[in-house]
Design a protein around this ligand. Structure first.
Ligand SMILES: [Zn+2]
Length: 336
């Protein structure tokens, strides 16, 4: 038996023939198992969806209650059977509710990790390594140049800027699911206790995080109607990156444009976006986290997907480890 008999790339996504299901399909299918709520992994329109409770909730928040015909909650660490295949979900450390999906059939286990990271994130459960024969890894930041710095130190840069420029509004661009809540939570852990202003696009997800026990402190809407421009002097305003290009952002006093993303490691990207205060905060593994994870798991085979596959494949080759690119389509770098 080949691993491809258990899981194989198709135009719809990773397909499991003996279980007749897809993992993170990019087109509507009969049965989908979903790793996490980011839009390129979790799409509406599937007949049946299995995911963690949080991921199902997040899909309902983003797509409406009718996002799937039928929902099935996957509890972390619990084994379920789909046809002859044993399926289990395990924390991935990426965003709230994110999970790796392990599938096992005829003595072969493949773990599809979805997106993941290894460093501590106060808004979700940490990645748990699952022994396996084949490990499927993302490769978003799979180049040795990507080494994410300490997150607390990056948040410290924002706090420093607030101290130096108390008259300026600080606009922090952060992806609406995961990154925004993580930046807010890190600010709270660093002792920042003033209200934090959020763009309307973040409200439902921030409310949901708070309802799951992740304390984001006092959040206020970042609306200026009825107020004066000066009201936001020295304030922290968090919004999705897309909002910072439109009129909304120009209402704030002499704003400091900040952006929290793993891509801020690339100075040119920060410059192109007009980011004055880049914060390197990533929800994906950097090079060291990726290679350390592969070293820890020591799978017989590594499958590499979405991102910069080549360097990781070469790294495996040098260690005489079997590895292949998956060439799945439809997964973006997201606004990470
Ligand atoms: Zn993701």
């Amino acid at each position: 038996m080949k691993p491809e008999d258990l899981l194989r790339p198709t135009p719809e996504g990773l397909y499991c023939p003996p279980g007749d299901f897809f993992i993170d399909p990019v087109r509507p299918v009969e049965r989908a198992l979903v790793t996490h709520g980011h839009a390129d992994h979790a799409r509406p329109g599937n007949a049946r969806v299995m995911a963690t409770e949080e991921t199902l909730d997040i899909m309902a928040i983003r797509y409406g209650e009718a996002f799937a015909g039928e929902r099935q909650v996957a509890r972390l660490g619990e084994t379920m059977r789909i046809g002859d295949v044993a399926v289990s979900f395990h924390p991935a450390g990426h965003v709230l509710g994110s999970a790796q999906i392990a599938v096992e059939w005829q003595g072969l286990r493949i773990v599809a990790s979805g997106d993941y990271k290894r460093r501590a994130d106060p808004t979700c459960r940490g990645f748990e390594p699952v022994p396996c024969d084949v490990f499927i890894t993302e490769a978003t930041f799979a180049l040795p140049v990507f080494r994410h710095p300490d997150t607390a130190a990056e948040i410290g840069k924002l706090l420093d800027s607030l101290r130096h420029f108390p008259e300026r509004a600080h606009l922090v661009g952060a992806y609406a699911l995961g990154k925004a809540q993580r930046v807010i939570r890190h600010l709270r852990e660093a002792g920042y206790d003033r209200p934090i202003y959020i763009h309307g696009a973040l409200k439902k997800l921030c409310d949901y995080y708070q309802s799951r026990g992740i304390d984001l402190g006092r959040l206020e809407p970042a609306t200026v109607e009825g107020g004066k421009k000066g009201d936001f002097a020295g304030a922290v305003i968090v919004g999705p990156p897309s909002a910072f290009a439109d009129k909304w952002a120009r209402r704030f006093p002499d704003p400091v444009a900040s952006f929290a993303s793993g891509w801020m490691r690339v100075r040119q990207r920060a410059r192109q976006r007009g980011v004055e205060l880049p914060l390197i905060v990533s929800d994906h593994c950097d090079w060291d986290e990726l290679t350390e994870t592969v070293d820890e798991l020591r799978p017989q085979e590594l499958w590499v997907t979405h991102g910069r596959e080549e360097a990781l494949l070469r790294w495996c080759e040098l260690r005489q480890m079997r590895a292949r690119p998956l060439h799945l389509v439809g997964y973006e770098d997201e606004a990470e």
